[in-house]
Ligand binder design. Structure first.
Ligand code: ZN
Ligand code: ZN
Ligand code: ZN
Length: 324
């Protein structure tokens, strides 16, 4: 008898105090030995009262308490094998199993790869485990990260995410216009592109002034990078928009006003194309910075800083010439 081994107990008995699980005197029937053997167990001892036995799993060696009745009914489960399977599934899905939800028997708490925690159904994790933690896999999206991303998307266009759609659609969010305070529903697809107008002040997305910016940032242990992008207000909310971690140092090193969001988008797209073509080695792979910033495209190695600066200068000169 190895009573110092962890004893798995039936879920129904979870409110039975720990000190109730002491040895129970009496002999073990030959028929119990036989039944246990047939089900992949060995009877280790009697426990708690005349109704309970401790079964040792022949596969993993774990001890599980069961009623003699469960044994006779023919399907005693091994608590150790079940726990191993849960751990395995969580790991394969890229999660860490934290704890069970005591109130709901099919639910467990998991830590996600991004560091956030969530409560999920065991069977869902089992399904996800078949997909594996491949980068960009479609199985599970962290709700916290997703909300943060939408908040930063809204900020990029000069809006603040207020909450879910008051009409209950999963494809809409409620937003407030920073400039005039007007609240309105916006489709999540438009939230991404910024293509929506304000029903309060009448500002049109395509006409709202914008700016190209270049930002230098320093990631602990990884070095310095530059980001080229555009935003309604690059200075005040840029860190927030990009979802940068607190330990990333940033500096806004250049800024070029654009007459509208539409122009900014077109110019920015052109610049990225030029940079990717001329300096493919300086384009950072998205996964390198995934833990540090939520917008991982359009980031370049530090040495492109003077190249981008020249691009900004040229744009400014052409723009001035056009106006003269
Ligand atoms: Zn087992
Ligand atoms: Zn997350
Ligand atoms: Zn407005």
């Amino acid at each position: 008898m190895s009573q110092n081994k962890h004893l798995y107990k039936p879920r129904r008995s979870r409110y039975v105090p720990e000190d109730a699980w002491i040895d129970y005197p009496g002999s073990i029937l030959a028929s119990w030995h036989e039944l246990a053997d047939r089900n992949g167990f060995r009877v280790d001892r009697r426990v708690r009262d005349h109704l309970h036995l401790v079964l040792e799993c022949k596969l993993c060696g774990a001890h599980t308490a069961h009623k003699t009745h469960t044994l006779r009914a023919g399907q005693p489960a091994c608590g150790g094998c079940q726990a191993n399977e849960r751990e395995r599934n969580a790991k394969k899905a890229g999660f860490t199993l934290l704890d069970r939800d005591d109130a709901h028997r099919h639910y467990y708490y998991y830590q996600l790869p991004c560091g956030h925690q969530t409560r999920l159904q065991r069977s869902r994790v089992k399904r996800l485990s078949k997909e594996g933690p491949a980068p960009g896999y479609s199985g599970y999206h962290c709700k916290t990260c997703h909300a943060e991303k939408q908040r930063s998307q809204a900020a990029k266009w000069g809006w603040t995410l207020v909450g879910p759609d008051p009409d209950g659609s999963a494809n809409y969010r409620l937003l407030a216009h920073d400039m005039c305070g007007h609240h309105q529903r916006v489709a999540t697809g438009n939230l991404k592109t910024g293509r929506f107008n304000c029903g309060g002040c009448g500002e049109k997305w395509s006409a709202a002034p914008s700016a190209l910016y270049m930002m230098r940032f320093c990631v602990p242990g990884l070095g310095r990078f530059v980001k080229l992008g555009y935003s309604r207000n690059p200075d005040s909310r840029l860190r927030y928009q990009l979802g940068l971690r607190d330990d990333v140092e940033t500096e806004l090193i250049d800024e070029l006003p654009m007459p509208s969001g539409q122009v900014a988008l077109a110019v920015e797209t052109g610049l990225h194309l030029q940079l990717r073509t001329a300096h493919p080695d300086a384009v950072l792979a998205p996964e390198v910075l995934a833990d540090w910033i939520n917008v991982t495209s359009e980031v370049y190695a530090e040495h492109l800083e003077p190249v981008i600066r020249r691009m900004f200068d040229e744009l400014e000169t052409t723009d001035r010439r056009k106006r003269e």
